[in-house]
Design a protein around this ligand. Structure first.
Ligand code: TSJ
Length: 657
């Protein structure tokens, strides 16, 4: 086997060779260790074998083509989801080198696919981006694929090679010719079903990530085609404006504070910096940072540099322009970033990641580079665009005042809860069991449904909190208003945990927080608002799996004294099929919880033995498009064959519906 030829010595020789020669070629490939380990412990290399891990295979391959684009040799990438379940990625780059790598004794392309950690390294100011979860490369994808085929077009020739579960099937061969001047790489792989929980790619997941990749690589065209179904689905992403268009996209349904999108770029100490930013009129901050095209939700030095520069520049500008009075305190970073949408993207040759999950950038150079570039260019921008400067300072001053008012309001509520520990909201019908592990709270839309729920419930373990009408959209209100809102105060005191930095999960008064709304558009909107509140103020409740949606039935079918409930159209069709389509069927469509009496509500929606709950998750795959997904949690259903179709709802993001 190829990997057995590689020893520690040859590895060092290869590395010396790379250092000595400036040029890149088949020999300049770094070689580390064998592939076997990958199949034994896939999680170590791709994070998990869930859907998330499966999609990482695609990103891992695509990121190689993106590297080629960043190096300046590729303008277009196509990703196809094929009918047979495989995935093809192709680009119009130079083609992976096919020459023999002398140390390994096999073609460079074979090294790339069969030896772990093999990868090209660019000299002379290039950036090896190698994305994916751990930047482990194409050999990991090969090891975790049932089969993989590569085709390379280069200097009039077409080369090909096939691997099965990481093993080379035949030596790299010439398989024909290609058009003169054409070049590129095409890789098709079929994930190993014995390794992954599922090998079915999700179009939307790939779509979101590929769109993001296209935004981050200005000018690169990325096309995604789903060829699996009867109808082909296609999306093309191509942004000449790069991250500037990313900010425009993120702000598209919002009211902008000013029309300009600020854009800064530069290079310092080997760090390439790109920043785009614009305020909208909301109160939430949406700053996303990337290192070598990889999202860094935990931030790090690059993000610190950005924040330092923004805080300092606006305070200096405000003082200079007398928009901030001498008697007023400095604006805080939070004040200035209220409503700010920004992308901070850097490219750095040797990123160091720190922290518990090794996701926080640690390079000190990155802090300095971002800070000085943003400082300099933002100062210049504000000199040229005084109206933008004024709008931002004015908004920041309002934010500062609101924050001060909120602090006072919060101090008041804190003192109150300290004094009278049990000041539970008046509308809450609490349960009698004092052990939170046994308890659950139903947050119910509307007083009338709340009334039925109070009658229906198991008083020992189920508490009911009815909320009136639409709750406040916390994305669109300032903190002082939020803290003054009765519905929100009621939820905070009922849950018991406190919020933000005061949050303490050990004080949670119920194991399950169940949101129960009508099964219609309004109900979904109200549930969205409640989830948004929980996500923004106590996200740990969701992360730790305490938040659920109740699922009331849509239909009731009565026939000769018996009743069936259906929770979807499909299920209704199934039931009709079973009982027979005849005139004695009485089908009732429930429009709201209020149409059910207490017994029906208990039977269909609240009885732990029979109800269906959807557990709410945060999709951590993609923090820039935070969505909330559901797991189904069924009680011991009488009819276990019921199928529930659960759509992933983009909850937090699309609030303006
Ligand atoms: F990951 C991968 F290997 F599977 C893969 C690599 C998959 C796909 C779809 C594309 C690629 C890829 C690699 N596209 N373009 C390249 N380019 C090179 O590997 C390359 C070519 C020429 C030179 C040179 O210096 O002449 C250097 C490199 C890194």
């Amino acid at each position: 086997m190829a990997e057995e030829k590689i020893t520690q010595d040859t590895q060092e020789e290869i590395e010396r060779g790379m250092a000595a020669q400036g040029e890149y070629g088949a020999d300049q490939i770094q070689i580390l260790e064998g592939l076997e380990a990958v199949r034994k412990r896939p999680g170590m290399y791709i994070g998990s074998t869930s859907l998330r891990g499966l999609h990482h295979l695609v990103y891992e391959i695509v990121d190689n083509s993106v590297d080629e684009a960043i190096a300046g040799f590729c303008t277009s990438i196509v990703v196809n989801l094929n009918k047979d379940g495989s995935c093809t990625v192709m680009d119009n780059g130079r083609g992976i080198p096919v020459g023999i790598n002398h140390k390994a004794g096999i073609p460079a392309v074979e090294v790339v696919f069969t030896i772990l950690h093999a990868g090209g390294k660019f000299g002379g100011g290039g950036y090896k981006v190698s994305g994916g979860l751990h930047g482990v490369g194409a050999s990991v994808v090969n090891a975790l694929s049932d089969w993989l085929e590569v085709e390379i077009r280069h200097e009039g020739k077409l080369y090909e090679q096939r691997y099965e579960r990481g093993k080379t099937m035949y030596p790299l061969r010439e398989a024909g010719t290609c058009e003169e001047g054409a070049s590129g790489t095409k890789v098709t792989f079929y994930p190993d079903a014995t390794i992954f929980d599922s090998i079915e790619f999700d179009f939307d997941t790939l779509k979101t990530r590929l769109r993001e990749t296209a935004f981050l690589t200005r000018g690169l065209k990325i096309e995604l085609n789903d060829l699996r179904g009867d109808e082909v689905q296609s999306r093309t992403f191509h942004y000449e404006g790069g991250i500037k268009e990313f900010v425009e996209y993120l702000n598209k349904n919002k009211q902008m504070l000013y029309p300009e999108i600020m854009y800064f770029e530069g290079q310092r100490n080997g760090v390439l910096v790109e920043v785009a930013m614009q305020h909208n009129d909301t109160y939430t901050e949406n700053v996303y940072s990337f290192v070598n095209n990889i999202n860094t939700p935990e931030g790090g030095t690059h993000l610190e540099g950005f924040k330092n520069a923004v805080t300092k520049t606006f305070n200096d500008y405000g003082r200079e322009q007398k928009l901030l009075r001498d008697s007023e305190p400095n604006l805080s970073g939070d004040d200035i970033r209220e409503g700010l949408t920004a992308i901070v993207s850097i490219k750095i040759e040797d990123p160091q990641f720190e922290g518990q999950t090794k996701q926080k950038l640690g390079n000190a150079d990155a802090r300095g580079a971002v800070q000085s570039i943003v400082n300099e260019q933002l100062t210049y921008f504000l000199e040229q665009n005084p109206s933008v400067g004024k709008a931002i300072i004015e908004k920041s001053v309002l934010a500062q005042r609101a924050r001060e008012a909120a602090r006072k309001a919060r101090d008041l509520t804190r003192r109150k809860t300290d004094l009278e520990n049990t000041a539970l909201p008046g509308k809450l019908a609490d349960c009698s069991d004092r052990d939170p592990k046994n308890c659950e709270i139903y947050i119910v839309e509307g007083d009338s449904a709340g009334g039925s729920a109070k009658t229906a419930r198991d008083r020992a373990t189920q508490a009911i909190l009815p909320l009136r009408g639409k709750i406040l959209n916390v994305e669109k209100a300032r903190l002082d208003k939020i803290y003054g809102n009765e519905e929100i105060k009621a939820m905070i005191t009922a849950f018991g945990t406190g919020i933000h930095e005061d949050f303490d999960i050990s004080k949670l008064r119920y194991d399950k927080i169940i949101i129960m709304t009508d099964a219609d558009v309004d109900g979904a909107h109200i549930a969205t608002l409640m989830l948004t509140f929980i996500y923004r103020f106590m996200p740990e409740l969701i992360r730790q799996g305490h938040v659920y949606l109740a699922k009331p039935p849509l239909y009731k079918l009565d026939k000769s004294g018996k009743s069936w409930y259906a929770y979807s159209d499909e299920e209704l069709a199934g039931i009709i099929n079973e009982v027979g389509r005849d005139q004695n069927n009485k089908i009732q469509r429930y429009k709201g919880l209020g149409e059910m009496d207490a017994d029906q509500l208990w039977d269909t929606t609240m009885d732990p033995e029979h109800r269906v709950l959807l557990r709410v998750n945060i999709n951590e795959d993609d923090e820039s498009e935070v969505d909330i997904t559901f797991d189904t949690l069924m009680g011991d259903r009488v009819e276990p064959r019921r199928n529930f179709i659960i759509e992933n709802a983009k909850f937090v993001k699309n609030l303006d519906v």
